[in-house]
Ligand binder design. Structure first.
Ligand code: CMX
Length: 435
């Protein structure tokens, strides 16, 4: 029993105590060193962040609070008429480290639905965006505008005790998560459909409502896909661009709305979340060019042309992973169950057989295997959500769960403003020569 906030109120002092003890015993321990190459190389591999919700193993992939994706699919409550984990249950797990009961999960569904109302001016703001403005830019604008009602910002302005930061952050995070759904729906319906957005249903779960505002809730399989999708994309430890941006901006005590907008702006880059959009364009162009000839030779020569023109194969490679992304595998299993005969799924499967060898021969990428973005688009297009420029918005709705859960802990644990040290090349040369 008890609400998520009640449970957090119990857990926070325990965690604070645990970390205090850990730091008093090991605060001076060295966990790594930094090379000049790492400084020029995007800080790759530098151990410098604490992130509670998930940890990424290079070969095994993501674990949410210690649980792998298949374990989450087994352990986390699903909808009474489905089998994929409810993203509400994943959020509960990310925040508390505990597997929730179905009742606890349903209380989150109800709470998010109840908090989903948008300020009128935010609706108008979205409506006034030209359809030519990328959906991610519209999404980020709308999330930034939610700042208007930030409980944290208001309380801070009136003088807020540090010990209470997390409570207001929590309120904002719950509002933020709830409001991503009608915002995303409004953007989609405005740009691609009739501009009419279905109202949020208070007795339905987050994913049903998400499918419904997009206009796809009459398809039960699509609703299940959303449950899987929103769970899978939620969190991928702390160093990726979207997670880190949210955490970094939050460290300045910017509200969860401003922090999440920063996160979304990073997610919108083609090397990060936008790759799912890129993948579908890549698949479509490839299909147009090679037609029905899915022979190894034809696919290989297409890939080599792409690589020789100095472009990347979208959906392949990863900064940390060195094996097939288990988020790819989970989506592949979904496709095998629901759309085994879909030609686009078959194309993605063929690529899985051909691309790793080509990338290995090409010899640059450290990971020739597919990532999460390689598979999501073809599932969406199968159910009629064909507008690939919208795909990263779905990713963002999901990523909000991971960023929000960490923001609550950032404030509960009193994490300070983030401020790593930088050097100019000149200063760095002096530093190295001085050794
Ligand atoms: N196709 C072609 N070349 C690739 C490649 C790919 N899929 N992946 C990496 N490479 C190249 C890099 O561009 C780099 O080339 P240069 O040395 O010329 O700069 C080289 O291989 C080494 O890169 P890396 O260390 O293996 O990869 P990074 O950690 O630097 O980058 C990532 C990781 C994901 C940006 C990169 O693999 C990539 O661009 N992939 C395609 C885009 C993509 O799918 N992004 C989504 C990732 C998942 C997500 O965040 O959503």
């Amino acid at each position: 029993g008890g609400s998520l906030k009640d449970r957090l109120t119990e857990l926070i002092p325990q965690k604070q105590e645990e970390i205090k003890k850990f730091r008093s015993e090991h605060g001076g321990d060295v966990v790594g060193n930094v090379t000049v190459d790492q400084m020029y190389g995007g800080a790759r591999g530098i151990r410098s962040l604490v992130w509670e919700g998930s940890v990424l193993d290079p070969s095994e992939g993501i674990r949410f609070r210690g649980y792998s994706i298949p374990e989450c699919q087994k352990l986390l409550p699903s909808s009474p008429n489905g089998k994929q984990p409810l993203p509400e249950s994943l959020f509960w797990l990310l925040v508390t480290g505990e597997v929730p009961t179905l009742t606890q999960v349903q209380s989150l569904s109800a709470e998010w639905a109840a908090r989903s109302q948008l300020p009128k001016f935010v609706e108008e703001l979205i409506d006034r965006c030209p359809p030519s403005l990328h959906p991610m830019a519209q999404f980020s604008l709308a999330i930034t505008a939610l700042e208007h009602d930030s409980a944290f910002a208001k309380a801070y302005e009136h003088g807020l005790n540090k010990h209470d930061y997390w409570k207001y952050t929590y309120e904002d995070c719950m509002d933020l998560i709830a409001k991503t759904v009608p915002i995303a729906g409004r953007i989609y319906r405005n740009i691609y459909r009739d501009g009419i957005v279905a109202p949020i249903q208070v007795d339905k779960d987050h994913s049903y409502n998400f499918a419904n505002v997009l206009g796809f809730a009459n398809n039960k399989e699509f609703v299940e896909l959303m449950r899987l999708y929103l769970s899978l994309h939620s969190d991928h430890e702390g160093g990726n661009v979207s997670a880190h941006s949210g955490h970094l901006v939050g460290s300045a005590l910017s509200s969860p709305f401003l922090s999440m907008a920063a996160s979304l702006n990073g997610l919108a880059g083609p090397l990060h979340g936008l790759a799912n959009q890129e993948v579908l364009s890549f698949l479509n162009t490839m299909k147009e060019e090679i037609g029905d000839d899915l022979s190894d030779e034809r696919i290989k020569s297409y890939l080599w042309d792409l690589l020789k023109s100095g472009r990347v194969v979208p959906g392949y490679g990863h900064a940390v992973l060195r094996k097939t992304d288990p988020r790819y595998t989970a989506q592949r299993e979904f496709a095998q169950e629901y759309l085994p005969k879909d030609p686009m799924f078959q194309l993605v499967s063929r690529l899985y057989e051909v691309v790793p060898a080509v990338l290995t021969e090409h010899g640059k990428t450290k990971n020739p295997f597919p990532n999460v973005d390689s598979h999501s688009g073809i599932l969406l297009q199968y159910y009629g959500l064909k507008e690939q420029n919208f795909y990263t918005v779905l990713f963002g709705v999901s990523r909000t769960l991971g960023v929000a859960s960490q923001l609550i802990w950032d404030r509960a644990l009193g994490f300070p403003i983030e401020r790593p040290k930088s050097f100019s090349t000149e200063a760095l040369k002096k530093l190295v020569n001085a050794k």
